[in-house]
Design a protein around this ligand. Structure first.
Ligand code: C2E
Ligand code: MG
Ligand code: MG
Length: 397
């Protein structure tokens, strides 16, 4: 950092790179820490050889910082040093690296700020592909700053009652009578602006905040269902979105049991929605925790079905009661109903109930009735509503 400080650093034609060795923790795990240490030595030796006039420092467990002339510190030279196999304690090893770079003269910062910029670029590179490299740019930094702000805001939101649930009715397709509700999370800033879940839920997942938020959602939704049941709506099923991180938490079942006990709603009236992409990853573990959930009588729905990449064999192994056809296929259904038709047939042969998401028109509804789809959800029937409005809506049916 000292060498990057103002006064010390001549930025002319210089670049800073952060080089992160891919899969290093896997190497460490499989071959041991001692071997891992040797890998680092061999890599740093190779880098030093290839970049004689550059400054090389270890800035993280498997991360090197390199400062030097831009004709040396660039993706071609850096990736080049990884192109030949490495010899590590008698073993031949193929390695690659993901790299974040900063062209120093293009940016006004100094010191740790430059290092931060390089890390922002590295993160971008990691998100795109292993073995890639990305140069830092101003908009990237702006983006990263916004994310940090949003995350801080989300922490406050959780403790300051800015998070709340809306409920969207689901209906039996044949007579449009209500079959259940889906709880949908909302974030309203003190200014009144709403932040859409597609923006803050990924952030909550990355930061681990989804755990306390998910618990709040589970309990609030169950309590609301209990209230509806008190008002005479005994048949409704409450669908609740649950993210993969929550399922992986060892005490998820405990939280679920608590939500059921405290509200007193029957487990069969609660349905947890998980997305198909969730299901593909880490199949054994997820399958196990889904079975435990189903043993309690709680139902499982596969959300946004058709958009993920899981194979059909994954689907046959997954404990589930329902498939929700993704909205995008309902959008297309009047032009091309092949996917909707296929998912409905698939559900029938696997003995799964089917819900069509995002039904917006009477024509779409007719098409789905023709395909013998059982349940639907969408603006054609009802939009998501806050608790009291939803209760009013139900009274009108
Ligand atoms: P999802 O579970 O697939 O939820 C359905 C989304 O479609 C909701 O968007 C809903 O408002 C919207 N929608 C329903 N009917 C229509 C329609 O006819 N037309 C159109 N254009 N849209 C319709 P929303 O509320 O923005 O939620 C987006 C996603 O955020 C959800 O997708 C879900 O994956 C996630 N999410 C929402 N609440 C939670 C939560 O409490 N926990 C977790 N983990 N994820 C949540
Ligand atoms: Mg859902
Ligand atoms: Mg969905």
């Amino acid at each position: 950092i000292e060498l990057l400080s103002e006064g010390q650093l001549n930025k002319q034609n210089k670049s800073l790179a952060i080089v992160d060795i891919d899969e290093f923790s896997a190497i460490n795990g499989a071959l041991g820490h001692e071997f891992g240490d040797c890998v680092l030595k061999v890599v740093s030796g190779r880098l030093a050889n290839a970049l004689p006039d550059c400054l090389i420092a270890r800035v993280g467990s498997d991360v090197f910082g390199i400062l030097g002339p831009s004709d040396k510190v660039n993706p071609i030279t850096l990736h080049g040093t990884f192109s030949e196999t490495f010899l590590v304690s008698g073993e031949l090893l193929r390695l690659s690296a993901t790299i974040g770079l900063v062209r120093l003269e293009e940016h006004p910062e100094y010191g740790s700020e430059l290092l931060k910029d390089a890390h922002v670029a590295l993160k971008r590179a990691k998100n795109s592909a292993r073995g890639s490299s990305v140069y830092y740019s101003e908009p990237m930094g702006e983006d990263a700053r916004k994310r940090v702000e949003l995350l801080n805001g989300l922490r406050e939101a959780l403790h300051g009652n800015q998070l709340f649930l809306m409920y969207q009715p689901k209906v039996h397709l044949d007579d449009a009578s209500p079959s259940g509700l889906e709880a949908l999370l909302r974030w309203r800033l003190p200014s009144g602006d709403m932040i859409p879940p597609d923006q803050f839920i990924p952030l909550a997942e990355q930061s681990g905040l989804i755990i306390p938020i998910g618990t709040l959602v589970l309990k609030t939704a169950c309590n609301y269902l209990a209230e509806l049941r008190n008002q005479g709506h005994q048949d409704l099923v409450m669908a609740i979105n649950v993210s993969q991180m929550q399922l992986r938490e060892p005490d998820f079942l405990e939280i679920l049991d608590e939500a059921l006990d405290e509200s007193g709603v029957p487990p069969e009236k609660v349905e947890l929605e998980i997305t198909e992409s969730i299901a593909a990853d880490d199949l054994k573990r997820i399958t196990h925790s889904l079975s435990e959930i189903m043993e309690r009588g709680v139902r499982i729905a596969i959300d946004d079905f058709g958009t993920g990449f899981s194979s059909l064999s994954v689907l046959t192994q997954l404990p589930a009661n329902r498939l929700k056809i993704d909205r995008s296929f309902i959008d297309d259904i009047l032009q091309d109903d092949r996917i909707a038709r296929m998912v409905i047939n698939l559900g029938q042969s696997l003995n799964l109930d089917i819900t069509a998401e995002g039904v917006e028109t009477a024509e779409q509804r007719e098409a789905l009735i023709g395909l013998q789809c059982g349940e639907a959800q969408g603006w054609h029937f009802a939009r998501p509503m806050e608790g009291p409005a939803c209760l009013e809506w139900l009274k009108g049916r």
